[in-house]
Design a protein around this ligand. Structure first.
Ligand SMILES: NC(=O)c1ccc[n+]([C@@H]2O[C@H](COP(=O)([O-])OP(=O)(O)OC[C@H]3O[C@@H](n4cnc5c(N)ncnc54)[C@H](O)[C@@H]3O)[C@@H](O)[C@H]2O)c1
Length: 320
């Protein structure tokens, strides 16, 4: 079986590719190595996969329809995992068109390629907890209304869900969206709060703590996310179109997260309390019941186990 993974040099794509290879899949990676964050980190992840039997990497942009058509024609994937995206909530305030381009136009290209590919490969794609916007009913459930996104990033992820639903309806394709909740782990993205905190702690700089620390996040360890992705890709009998939360089902107080990270790094953090940022949401908490029932998803890793793994990797990678 062969899976085409877009965003394979990204944080989650790298971990997912590694796991699919370990399970005996052929993996065709696609990534454009965009410079939203340090390209060297993407190259280093890709280098760890390079040379693995059954793995190929194509440096291409999902917004380039001809390149994607060529990739699908050559690779003939049995399944597609779309992780390529312009991520980040805050960046969407200043760079709105990057989101329209990759998350809407690029995703439409992937839908079109799946539609015309022989055998209509199953498409699993990354959505986001951010679609829940400022919803206050906790935990977030897939049946909740998500019609009021508070960032353009969230709006484009919701658009992906709607476009996938339409393609499943019109062309009988299978499309499954996974709403990821704050994923973290080794080989992490440098733009995420945990990385920014770790960098500030090791430099002795104050941590920028938004909403005066009154934030809660469902932090999900990357191995749990990858387990849920693999189960979803490999599952038989899922509906033609569906959406699932994939989180840890524990909403952690930001101040507790800071404490666990500081203790893992062995430092006393300095804090700079700041107001809420536009586009951010005060809390996320995933109900994972639906994915548990559908594919047996069971997140295992608490922040007390996962954050030290991230901290160890962060310190080592920074010291290279
Ligand atoms: N990490 C999280 O906490 C989180 C939470 C919710 C949703 N997500 C979603 O999960 C997916 C993966 O996130 P990640 O954290 O691994 O991000 P990432 O930025 O590390 O990975 C995305 C990869 O896609 C590539 N890419 C971007 N635009 C592309 C394009 N036009 N063509 C080809 N490749 C392109 C990037 O170079 C990058 O390597 C994204 O869709 C993201 O929106 C992530």
């Amino acid at each position: 079986m062969k899976i085409l993974i877009t965003g394979s040099a990204g944080f989650i794509g790298f971990h997912a590719a590694r796991e699919f290879l370990r399970r005996g899949w052929e993996v065709a990676g696609v990534d454009n190595f965009c410079d939203y964050y340090d390209v060297k980190l993407k190259r280093d992840r890709a280098a760890l996969l390079a040379g693995t039997p059954r793995y190929t990497l194509r440096e291409a942009d999902i917004c380039d329809l001809a390149a994607m058509q060529a990739a699908f024609a050559e690779e003939k994937p049995d399944a597609v995992l779309n992780l390529a995206a312009q991520p980040g909530v805050r960046y969407s305030i200043t760079n709105p068109f990057a989101y329209q381009k990759t998350n809407v136009e690029g995703f439409l290209n992937i839908l079109e390629c799946c539609r015309h590919a022989p055998g209509r490969p199953k498409l699993v794609f990354a959505s986001s907890s951010s679609v829940y916007g400022g919803n206050t009913k906790m935990p977030f459930e897939e049946s909740d209304r998500v019609d009021s996104p508070v960032s353009l990033y969230a709006a484009t992820k919701k658009a992906d869900e709607l476009m996938a639903c339409t393609y499943s309806h019109l062309y009988g394709m299978q499309t499954i969206g996974l709403r990821f909740f704050t994923v973290y782990g080794a080989w992490y993205r440098p733009d995420m709060a945990l990385s920014l905190f770790a960098g500030a702690m090791l430099d002795g700089r104050p941590l920028k703590v938004f909403n005066n620390g009154d934030m809660k996040r469902d932090f999900t360890y990357v191995d749990d996310i990858v387990d849920g992705i693999v189960r979803t890709v490999e599952a038989d009998g899922l509906p033609a179109y569906d959406i699932f939360n994939i989180g840890n089902h524990r909403s952690e107080r930001l101040m507790d997260v800071i404490e666990v990270l500081a203790s893992a790094l062995g430092v006393e953090p300095k804090l700079e309390m700041l107001p809420m940022q536009p586009g951010d949401v005060p809390a996320t908490w995933a109900s994972v019941e639906k994915l548990r029932r559908a594919v047996g998803y069971e997140p295992k890793t608490s922040i007390r186990e996962g954050i030290p793994v991230f901290a160890k990797w962060y310190r080592e990678y920074r010291g290279r």
